[in-house]
Design a protein around this ligand. Structure first.
Ligand code: GLA
Ligand code: ZN
Length: 690
């Protein structure tokens, strides 16, 4: 999306930022004073929204068919009277013991075909007719009772959908899904290349989900199982929202996502939710500089925004620490604001936490919360939260603004699954996700607004497209990328791209298959390097990028031939010294770069992308040098630009502002010249849209 624009707020009831937390009043029903105190504290903390009842099934339906809504009526009515809103949850993320006891089919079956016992959460079969019936009844009752409640702004559907089930119902559903996809067993056998090891199916009943003690070696099968798990999870979600939408179709529904979650294709899931929300838990302060962690989470924020190319919700984050990471570190002064504004900088219109009040017992009793066991507001964490709430309240004009990205990076879930399942060329670490973020990181350091897109997304409007390790590439994707370059776009693709098609069958006739024409190269071989192996990428003198010197290579080297491409750099060592390592192919108005090896030195990516951004004229948030670990991000409505300066470097930093005239978006004061950014500082500057 190249131009700034303004979206309406997520809920018409809250024109500004949503600020609040997961709230579990059902844990405190025995002590009504706690709820009264919570209302007082929510207002003091400048919170205006709570996610309510996420794990409240046992309180809502204590026995089969006996519903208790009195407590929730009281919570929501009191909210409404106090200007607090609710994302009302459907409680399917955990179910009451009576249900598992009465209907064991609601419990999940593992890949080893063993049914789980009751316990934990997220432990349900998403195909089970009983579980579907129970959720339909519960959700219909919630919708009828609360769909028009003045406090309710939307539905928080279940919690962090994930996992898979291998029960008989799910096997049947998998076969049905395959029948619909392939039509015939012949087509399935061809797509899965089952002649290999004599795995040809002759009866649909022979087809089952992958299993550690059964079939696990057929790549196309594994890939389709993952696609099915996504489809079946979405089907369950659609089943959950049907009764909600029947009552009030306009009330938004969301399902909270998780960072780079592997098991579900969120790009598919995104199509059926009204607003994207996600749960971010960075492990701050694990190193001197937080830049690595910050870049990873910025990538996630950009991904979640790009799923719908509009503002998203930070549904969960911790107000202080988590209790599930190896070490529970406290947020240093400034980090709560910095981390929260990071989400906003990338397009979040909410800052929400897990959790409002610490539980007294069980596995999350030491997880950070706005209200600690001490039970009052006189804590550092509470003050951090209240201060942020006050700051957000003053930033209402940012709501609905977009991130006008002219750079995009390709990231597909089925590619992710396929490249990790590939068996070669480096089973000791193919590192797809890290590679994508390695490239993204260079744009982050330059302060380049970036979308994270999928193969089906439109490329129009972008100037730079990064295609790292696009191992699974459909023919039409390759053609689309070529059209993009022809029309003037710049493409930066890497090794191990264009290797298999959508069935995980190798492209015949030369890699990178569908990308070969655009890249103008042929990749003859690829080798995995041992951890101790090194090579170098040596820039050719006088190359048009103007980069000089040599950079270390590790892990993967592809041996390519330049066909129509020009060689910019070559390998420095080994029997392939002197052969191309970096090329550029010129196509009509645009160009396609191809990086054949995994360069390990970040300085290479910094220099390479600096050159590409300059050459392609890609918009940066601010036209100035940014110190390492300090990023600038941009939101815009096309009239005003909001530049977020975020210091994750662990050191104090200075930024020389460019020639535009800036105001501090919070104070309204004019800002010019050199701006000091102390450790963990975050500033928002406003200027006329460029
Ligand atoms: C997840 C869950 C929450 C809580 C937090 C703890 O995001 O959705 O219920 O368990 O983790 O960090
Ligand atoms: Zn099942």
């Amino acid at each position: 999306m190249a131009q700034g624009r303004k979206f309406p707020p997520i809920s018409g009831k809250i024109p500004g930022f949503m600020h609040g937390a997961d709230y579990n009043p059902d844990q405190w029903l025995h002590d009504p004073k706690i709820f009264e105190e919570d209302i007082r504290l929510m207002k003091l903390a400048n919170c205006n929204v709570m996610s309510v009842g996420i794990f409240a099934w046992a309180a809502l339906e204590p026995e089969e068919g006996r519903f208790e809504f009195g407590w929730l009526d009281h919570v929501l009515d009191t909210f409404a009277a106090n200007g607090i809103y609710a994302w009302l949850a459907t409680p399917s993320g955990a179910r009451p013991a009576w249900m598992s006891q009465q209907y064991p089919e609601v419990l999940r079956v593992g890949a080893n075909r063993v049914r789980n016992l009751h316990g934990a959460r997220h432990n349900h079969c998403y195909t089970s007719p009983v579980y579907r019936e129970k959720t339909a009844i519960m959700n219909a009752k919630l919708a009828e009772r609360y769909g028009s409640h003045p406090a309710v702004v939307g539905w928080h559907v279940s919690n962090e959908y994930g996992g898979e089930c291998h029960c008989d119902y799910c096997q049947e559903a998998f076969r049905d899904w395959l029948k619909a996809k392939y039509g015939s067993l012949d087509a399935l056998n061809r797509a899965w290349w089952t002649a290999f090891w004599s795995h040809t199916y002759t009866d649909w009943a022979q087809v089952e989900s992958p299993a550690p003690h059964g079939e696990s070696a057929v790549h196309g099968h594994n890939l389709d199982w993952r696609r099915f798990v996504t489809a079946q999870t979405i089907d369950f979600y659609l089943h959950e929202i049907a009764p909600l939408k029947r009552v009030r179709p306009e009330l938004p529904c969301t399902a909270n996502f998780m960072d780079l979650f592997y098991d579900l294709d969120y790009r598919e899931f995104a199509k059926v939710v009204d607003v994207i929300s996600w749960d971010a838990y960075p492990t701050w302060h694990a190193a001197k500089s937080d830049a690595d962690v910050a870049a990873w989470f910025s990538f996630n924020h950009d991904l979640f925004r790009s799923l719908k190319r509009k503002p998203f919700m930070l549904m969960e984050s911790t107000p202080s620490l988590t209790n599930w990471q190896p070490v529970s570190k406290l947020k240093r002064p400034g980090m709560h604001r910095l981390s929260s504004l990071q989400a906003v900088a990338h397009g979040s219109d909410t800052v929400q936490y897990f959790q409002w009040r610490k539980s007294r017992g069980s596995s999350e009793k030491f997880h950070g919360a706005v209200v600690d066991h001490a039970g009052h507001e006189h804590t550092r964490v509470f003050r951090d939260v209240a201060d942020l709430g006050a700051a957000l309240a003053g930033l209402g004009e940012v709501i609905g603004t977009s991130v006008p990205a002219e750079a995009a990076i390709l990231f597909d879930w089925d590619n992710r699954w396929a490249v990790n399942d590939a068996q070669g060329p480096r089973n000791s670490g193919i590192r797809y996700e890290q590679t994508v973020v390695q490239h993204y990181r260079a744009l982050w350091e330059l302060g380049v607004p970036t979308d994270v897109i999928g193969s089906d997304d439109e490329l129009a409007g972008y100037k730079l497209l990064i295609v790292p390790m696009a191992y699974l590439m459909r023919q039409e994707t390759g053609e689309k990328i070529k059209r993009f370059a022809r029309a003037g776009g710049t493409v930066a693709a890497t090794y191990w791209s264009g290797v298999v098609d959508e069935h995980d069958l190798c492209h015949l006739g030369g890699f990178p298959g569908p990308l070969r024409a655009a890249a103008g190269i042929w990749a003859e071989e690829i080798e995995g390097l041992h951890d101790h192996d090194r090579n170098t990428l040596v820039l050719r003198e006088g190359n048009p990028l103007g980069i000089v010197g040599s950079y270390e290579i590790r892990e993967l080297c592809e041996l390519i031939h330049a066909e129509t491409a020009e060689v910019l750099a070559e390998y420095g060592e080994d029997f392939y010294a002197g052969r191309p390592a970096l090329t550029v192919n010129r196509l009509d108005a645009g160009r396609a770069y191809y990086l054949a090896a995994r360069v390990s030195d970040p300085a290479f990516y910094a220099a390479f992308y600096e050159a590409l951004v300059r050459e392609a004229g890609v918009r940066r948030a601010i036209e100035t040098a940014l110190p390492p670990g300090v990023t600038a991000q941009l939101r815009s409505d096309g009239v005003s630009d909001y530049v977020f300066l975020l210091n994750f470097s662990g050191k104090s930093a200075e930024i020389e502002l460019d020639g535009a005239s800036y105001l501090d978006a919070e104070t309204g004061d004019a800002v010019a010249g050199t701006l000091g950014l102390p450790v963990n500082a975050s500033r928002i500057l406003k200027r006329a849209a460029k």
